[in-house]
Every structure is written in C-alpha cells, then in structure tokens.
Design a protein around this ligand. Sequence first.
Ligand code: UDP
Ligand code: MG
Length: 327
Amino acid sequence: MFAVSKSIGSAIALSVVVPVFNEEANLSELYERLTKTLDGLGSSYEIIFVDDGCTDGSSQRLRELAAGDPRVRAVRFVRNFGQHAALSAGIERSRGDIVILMDADLQSDPEEVPRFISKIGEGCDLVTGWRADRQDLGIARRIGSAVMNKLVSLSTGATLHDHGCGFRAMTRRVAQEINRSGDLRRFLAVRLVTAAHAVGEVPIANHARRRGQSKYTPFRLLALTFELLLVVSAGSFRIIGCAGILGALVGGLVACGALLGRLAFGMVVGPFVLVAILFLVLGGVQFTILGLLGEFVVRGYHAAQALPFYVVEEEIGGAAGAKAGLG
Ligand code: UDP
Ligand code: MG
C-alpha cells in the first residue's frame, strides 16, 4: 500500500514514537485507533511510548499495553525531561525505515498516518503536519506560535506553515542524523528541518483536547522560547564579527584618506571625522573580538554534543532490553 524501501539490517517498516506526560485518559483510545490504522497498512511496525516522568496512571497503562502487544515498547524516564527529550529517546530506539512522531493527546487523528507515509513515498525525507485550523489555542499562544514559526523559518531557511506541529514523519536517514545531534535536539523542530533535504507538509485536522490538559504552562513556554533563542542565535556571532571587520576596515580607510588629504593637500580634518574614525576602528575591533569569542563558544558547544541530557530509569517490553543503537 505504501512504498517503504527495506533498509539493510532493518526488519521493521514503521516506528511510531509517542511522548507521554500524564495522558492516562487518552492512551487506550490512542492505542486502539493507532494499531487499527497501522494494521490496515499491512506492514510491520513498532510503537514506542516514551513515559516522560508520568505521575498519573499512564505508566501502569503503558506497562499493560507493552505486556499485551509485542509491537509496543515503553521507555520510562526517571523524571520529566520535556517533550523534546522524550522524542529524542524514542527516535534513538526506533528501528523503522520510516519514523512517525505524534502526540498522545488525540488532538490529531492517528488515522492520518498513511498520508504522511505517502508523502515520504513521493520523495520527502521529512513530512510535517500543518494544523491549518487550530482549535487548541488562546490568543496569547496563537501569537507566540506565529512568532516561533517565523523565527524557525527565518533561521533555518525552511519556510513551513507549522513548525510546531507534533505530527511528523521522517526517513531513517533523518532519524540517524537526529540521533547524532546531541544537545541540538532540545528544540527538535530546528534540527529536523536542517537535517532534512526535502521537507513536505500535510494539512491535518486539529481538535481541541478532549481529555487531560496541555502540559505547556506560560512558564514552560517561556523556557522553550529560551531554548529556541539559544539554538537560532548561534549564527548571530558571525554577523557581529563580520560587522566588526567591516566597521574597522571602513574606519581604517577613512583614517588613511584623512591622513593623505592632510599631508598632500593640507586639508583640515574636523572633529566629527576624527570621532567617526575612532568609533569605527575601536568599535570594529571590539565587535570582531566578540564575534570570534562567540564563534569559539559555539564551536565548543557543538563539540560537546555527545553528552546525554536525559536519564532512563527502565525500558519495558518488546526488544527494549537490547540497547537500541545510535545509528
Ligand atoms: N509531553 C511530554 N513531556 C512534556 C510535555 C508534553 O512528553 O513535558 C507530551 C504530551 O503528553 C503530548 C505531547 O507531548 O503527548 C504534546 O503536549 P501537549 O498536548 O500538552 O502540548 P500542546 O498541544 O498544548 O502544545
Ligand atoms: Mg496537545
């Protein structure tokens, strides 16, 4: 039904990764609808739930699902590390040729999975859901979401309608790229679009939450915004450094011109020109040094990416006992 090429060494066509933070009331319906949809595809699959430190009955429910279905695995974090860490853990453990990410809250329909797979079949290596008619936002989050979308589009060069949508599909290659991205996965949307060659969008229905509540309080959204700023601002040091070099060069040229004019033609150099020269040269040198220092920091940061940023307490069900490879 869908074109999933079998990659060497992988026996599974499809992995579905679901981050779960206190979604007890949604898990049974999600499991039923998702397995029904995936069974209809006629290909092998696995579902990886990542329990992001749940404090309700979700952990127990996941344990039951994993015990009753060998295609279901659950990873339980020792505490709450956030959605992006949970997704990262799930992608690391996935084995499918195609990896689907989706929220557990049923705001999007699991029945839409085949549309994402078709889009991958058309040659995309990353497919993102586009919630054209969002039902889940108040005015403040709507504005925040639009700003975030613009920022990610600008910083990555990938102009999408909905960078924040949790429903996505990627090829194994992109998944492997993500696995190597260390700390950069703290804001996954940015890393995903930069890791992909061909990004596609699928318009999907979006429902208001029927059960449970959004995990994003205003404070958590602010913290997430900070993560985004950290990721996208790394390149700004280069702009500062280049502006510094340019300023110092212009200042130097004006100084040479003024000196030549004075010596050759006896021109009087006014105080405004002197101040401008001083400002451009000194400011330019400062900015150049700032840009270089920033570049060193960013490179050091990138070099340290092998560090893990979550701790797994236990892995439940399926082949979870065998450590999933990173590549
Ligand atoms: N989630 C998570 N860890 C968190 C916050 C959220 O695993 O710290 C999961 C959550 O259970 C859901 C998905 O991420 O499956 C999206 O969260 P939510 O629906 O609360 O976000 P919203 O739709 O309000 O943006
Ligand atoms: Mg939601």
